[in-house]
Design a protein around this ligand. Structure first.
Ligand code: NAD
Length: 317
């Protein structure tokens, strides 16, 4: 299958590319923003085709479709950091909303067998201590980032309903793993701790997130590419919920660093308290299960950082 992967030089997209470059013809489209890095896909560079292009650039995207005629699209490309969206929502609307519309329109024009849109658990808004989101839960996003993702998620749904485009929506929980840009919680904590620097934690660190190892996420996305029913959304979660402070303490424990490095900072405005997904749909229909539990995944990741840390620092990653 010839698959066009947007955001394939990003954290999750690159894990998909590294894993499936041997089985499929992959065409990568990435703007290479601050969050994109070709080193992530260097090991498969001679197996893939790469286009540096903006998903919101209709002319560029149509040229790529006309030339490559992809059979499927996996749409990872996005502005992905909530804090940046609070500082300036503009690129989030441009890339996440307009970029998704441009991609969907190109698929309508050139024809496609499957379009997997990567959404997020954040589109549902926040939960209190109890409860879980199912795919039927209403979308009540709270940050400019999650609003832009919810708009894209609904556009994807609308293109199925209105135009019959074979779109499947994936809604993963928080991912962690190698090569995540060090602005997100886990790589920030590991990097600061390795450097013996203060580790900023929002509020009291009590917010709860569900954590999924990135390889498990891309396997679920691949399954949806093959089997997902057009017009349907699927949650992708591990069920492994942790308070932010627990994540930080666990990393410090593995690294043998003191908890005195933790520095509580003013909470993020509008910070969602908790996300939690019911992932019964993808489990029951397709037998997907996450394989890497948090304990194992975080240990592996800390080792990965120890191995690459100085290299990454020297190269301004
Ligand atoms: P990332 O920020 O690491 O990577 C995004 C990639 O998209 C980068 O390579 C960047 O260069 C590229 N990109 C950005 N704007 C672009 C544009 N206009 N045109 C083309 N390429 C562009 O993001 P990620 O963490 O890998 O997330 C991938 C997808 O998964 C996103 O859609 C995100 O919303 C979603 N998601 C992420 C998580 C998570 O925990 N990381 C959880 C749920 C959903």
């Amino acid at each position: 299958m010839k698959i066009l992967v947007t955001g394939g030089a990003g954290f999750i997209g690159s894990a998909f590319v590294r894993k499936y470059a041997y089985d499929h013809e992959l065409i990568i489209v990435d703007k290479l923003t601050y969050a994109g890095d070709l080193r992530r896909i260097e090991e498969v560079r001679d197996r893939i085709k790469f286009y540096k292009a903006d998903v919101a650039d209709k002319t560029a995207i149509e040229e790529i479709f006309a030339k490559e005629k992809p059979e499927a699209v996996v749409h990872f490309a996005a502005e992905s950091h909530v804090d940046r969206s609070i500082q300036d929502p503009t690129p989030f609307i441009e890339t996440n909303v307009k970029g998704t519309q441009v991609m969907l329109d190109a698929c309508r024009k050139y024809g496609i067998e499957k379009f997997v849109h990567i959404s997020t658990d954040e589109v549902y808004g926040e939960l209190g201590e109890e409860g879980q989101f199912t795919e039927e839960s209403p979308l009540r996003p709270n940050s400019p980032y999650s609003v832009s993702k919810a708009a894209a998620d609904m556009l994807a749904r609308a293109y199925h309903r209105t135009y019959g485009l074979p779109v499947v929506v994936a809604r993963p929980c928080n991912n962690y793993g190698p090569w995540q840009y060090p602005e997100k919680l886990i790589p920030v904590v590991i990097k600061k701790a390795l450097n013996n620097e203060p580790i900023p934690v929002y509020g009291q660190g009590l917010n709860v997130r569900e954590w999924l190892y990135v390889d498990d996420c891309v396997e679920a996305v691949y399954l949806l590419l093959q089997k997902g029913k057009p017009g349907e959304a699927y949650n992708i979660g591990s069920g492994e919920e942790k308070r932010n402070i627990e994540v930080v303490r666990e990393i410090l424990r593995i690294l043998g660093k003191p908890e005195s490095l933790i520095t509580f900072v003013q909470d993020r405005p509008g910070h969602d308290f908790r996300y939690s997904l019911s992932s019964d749909k993808i489990k029951n229909l397709y037998g997907w299960e996450h394989k890497v539990n948090f304990e194992k995944g975080i240990k592996f990741l800390v080792d990965w950082y120890k191995k690459y840390f100085y290299f990454l620092l020297l190269n301004a990653f």
